[in-house]
Design a protein around this ligand. Sequence first.
Ligand SMILES: [Fe+2]
Length: 400
Amino acid sequence: MNWFYRIYHFALKCIVIFIGIPNPKLHQGKQGLSDAIAALGLQKGDPVLVVTDQALLKLNLHQVVEDALKQAGLVSHYYADILPNPTVENVENGLAAYQQHQCKGIISLGGGSVLDSGKLIGARAVKPNKRVTQLKGLFKVLKRLPPNIAIPTTAGTGSETTVAAVVNDPARNSKYAATDFCLVPHHAVLLPELTTSMPANITATTAIDALTHAIEALLSINCLKFSRERALNACRAIFEYLPKAQQDPFDVTARGQLLLASHYAGQAFTRTSVGYVHAISHQLSARYGTPHGLANAVLLMPVLTWYGDRINQQLALIARHCGLTSLDYPVERQADDLLNHIQALLHDLQIQTRLNEVLPHDAAHLAELALKEAHPDYPVPHFMDPYACQRIIKEIATAS
Ligand SMILES: [Fe+2]
């Protein structure tokens, strides 16, 4: 089957090369938010739907958006019931609010779940006759969404620049993604002040999620120049600024750099796909409810170690770019220097090495599901067999 997988990966690469994935226009800071709102091209008095969640409303993080909309003469309406694992019902209710108020644009403010929901509400607005389930898979929207802005309040998912939106469908007991170039938001606004209230453990695990996006993008055999540059810069920023943000949560420079790193890593992996860390972590989140960033943080070292010498070149490249090694060292030593640095970082962040909830006797089934997700979709540099995958899952299970 490996040759079939590689043909599939080559086809994915051709899509990225010949069709190209759009980037959102990037804005930073409060002036950037005003610029993005102006660029929506709406008339004074036009209604705009702000998609967010209750936690952000309670923290009053929406005020900056409210002020900017008022200043631009636009009228805000809120749909603020997005759940941490957003559902089809969330999207439908958001669409109902959009239609009821005859909104002309969408501003999504929140973590990945809110940003993904905003994308799907926009998709439903331009595809009113298609149910959310009919948007599942590749290129089911194929229509420009209403003018929209994505404002991330966590520095991890990169959803403000990616082509995918994930939704839970409790009626079908499933979770699926819609993937389409038109789901890339038109504008992304990075506001570091919005992330200073994030607890240290969430800052850590979301940043490691972004680091994983960057590393898995660099490992992908479909990693081209643009993705490589973005991923390398994301790694460097995370290694430099994550410890600073941990030391001082109000360090706005560090927060801004982490947001930018998450954005760059998002741009990279949306072109290359992710890899086995994500393939396994998705199964742990689905089976045990393990938070995505934490699952990735626990799995990152076991998966990189499993690759062994096969990824020395890529790891050494990261180590050199991030100044974590000496240019005089052989590649193997440079790769080791990166692995040691990641291990030390995870230790300093007090990230656990095992997950209590993972049961060793689930390993075979979880491995089967993980490899089903990875093959053929993820252009990994080397294929993992079910036994190796099971070993990794057992390794991070407490009772193993
Ligand atoms: Fe992720």
